[in-house]
Design a protein around this ligand. Structure first.
Ligand code: AMP
Length: 372
């Protein structure tokens, strides 16, 4: 999940699909458990916002039920203060029935008040209200709300049926209003030897970004014999990945140290799916996100030759031994390569041909950087 823009506003990930499903399931169970065994309730969804919630909810409700939808429409009166609301869509006779209102969100309770007023005249047996989200801080009415999926703070949300000026309803997750992101954050991706370090050094100047290479940070720590360096050394010497927790904490510290940067080029990070998830969450808390993963695509045979060549001068122990190099590719292929799918699913993957002269490749990368 990444920051989205709807009209003029930005929204950051807030509640993911899994959490929404759990909340919906729980509501369905709770409501079923409270009703007499043979009761056939009528669920009444309040359009438009509730359409996804209602659709998921009734599939989770295990029992006979009826489903209906209403829309609250206003007659604009001749005077501006006169604003009478009425329901469009209820044709059923509700006499003696159990009616359960399905709302996507209740904040001030004004809409709910209107609905209550209308149902009061319909001789129902009982009227209950279930809402997916509830804002306790702004709710001003005395009305009972029988079932609440989740209490949320008073911030504007969109997605999963909820809109901002009609956009955003089709997102399967919930997003929360945030400020405009200030950073350009790019993951420079590719197998060992693809040229990430070389290109990052050139591109950081051109785009005034900070280059964070986790490999370089580890090597700096090894050289200075820090605790982190000692820990990382045993893994790096074998060409194995350093454990996620260690790497993620180190990366976060590097970003925090440079909080007012225009953005970052991440080189060698993320390398596993949990690192990618951690990076998304970490940036999203700051109202920032990854603008794109730009990947240097180079055939493996070419890479081994490049690494052995580099090993003659780089002083890197993991560049001189072919077995260690093979192991690094194995780590890449089994743990890292899947990140292409991860970013592709976000619509954020840009593959670049990484074979050619350095400046040719910089030009190809720049074309993508310019659009991000
Ligand atoms: P690099 O300089 O990017 O080729 O990284 C050299 C070595 O540092 C790798 O083979 C790993 O042992 C370690 N390393 C660098 N970045 C990471 C990361 N994101 N996750 C785990 N290990 C890493």
């Amino acid at each position: 999940m990444k920051i989205i823009k709807l009209h003029d506003l930005y929204f950051k990930p807030f509640i993911n699909k899994d959490e929404i499903s759990k909340i919906v399931k729980q509501l369905a169970l709770e409501i079923k458990a409270d009703l007499p065994k043979d009761e056939v309730p009528i669920f009444v969804g309040i359009l438009n916002g509730c359409f996804l919630f209602a659709a998921d909810f009734i599939r989770e409700y295990k029992g006979d039920c009826e489903v209906s939808f209403v829309k609250l429409a206003s007659y604009e009166g001749t005077s501006t203060t006169e604003n009478v609301k009425h329901l469009v869509g209820i044709n059923e006779d509700l006499t003696g029935r159990t009616v359960i209102i399905l709302e996507d969100i209740i904040d001030t309770g004004n809409t709910l008040q209107e609905i209550y007023n209308i149902f009061r005249d319909k001789n129902v047996k009982q009227l209950k209200v279930a809402t997916l989200f509830f804002k306790p801080d702004v709710f001003k009415k005395e009305l009972p709300i029988n079932y609440v999926g989740k209490d949320i703070e008073d911030k504007f949300i969109v997605g999963y049926g909820l809109d901002y000026n009609n956009l955003g309803r089709n997102y399967p997750e919930i997003y929360q209003l945030t400020t405009q992101p200030k950073m350009k954050n790019i993951v420079l991706f590719g197998p060992p030897g693809a040229g990430k370090g070389t290109q990052a050094t050139l591109l950081k100047k051109k785009y005034d970004l900070l280059h964070i290479s986790t490999g370089d940070v580890f090597r700096f720590n090894i050289k200075n014999e820090t605790a982190l360096g000692k820990l990382a050394k045993s893994y790096m010497d074998q060409g194995d990945l350093v454990p996620d927790e260690v790497t993620i904490n180190m990366l976060k510290a590097e970003v925090e140290k440079n909080a007012d940067a225009n953005g970052f080029i991440f080189d060698g990070f993320p390398r596993t799916e949990s690192q990618a998830i951690a990076l998304d969450e970490f940036l999203s808390e700051k109202g920032e996100s990854i603008n794109g993963m730009v990947a240097l695509e180079v055939p493996e045979d070419l890479l081994v030759a490049r690494l052995l060549e580099r090993g003659k001068t780089s002083g890197r122990t993991d560049d001189t031994d072919e077995d260690k190099i093979r192991n690094r590719f194995n780590e890449y292929n089994t743990k890292t390569a899947i990140l292409k799918d991860f970013y592709q699913a976000q619509g954020n993957y840009y593959g670049i041909n990484g074979v050619g002269h350095i400046d040719e490749i910089t030009a190809r990368l720049s074309e993508v950087f310019d659009t991000l």
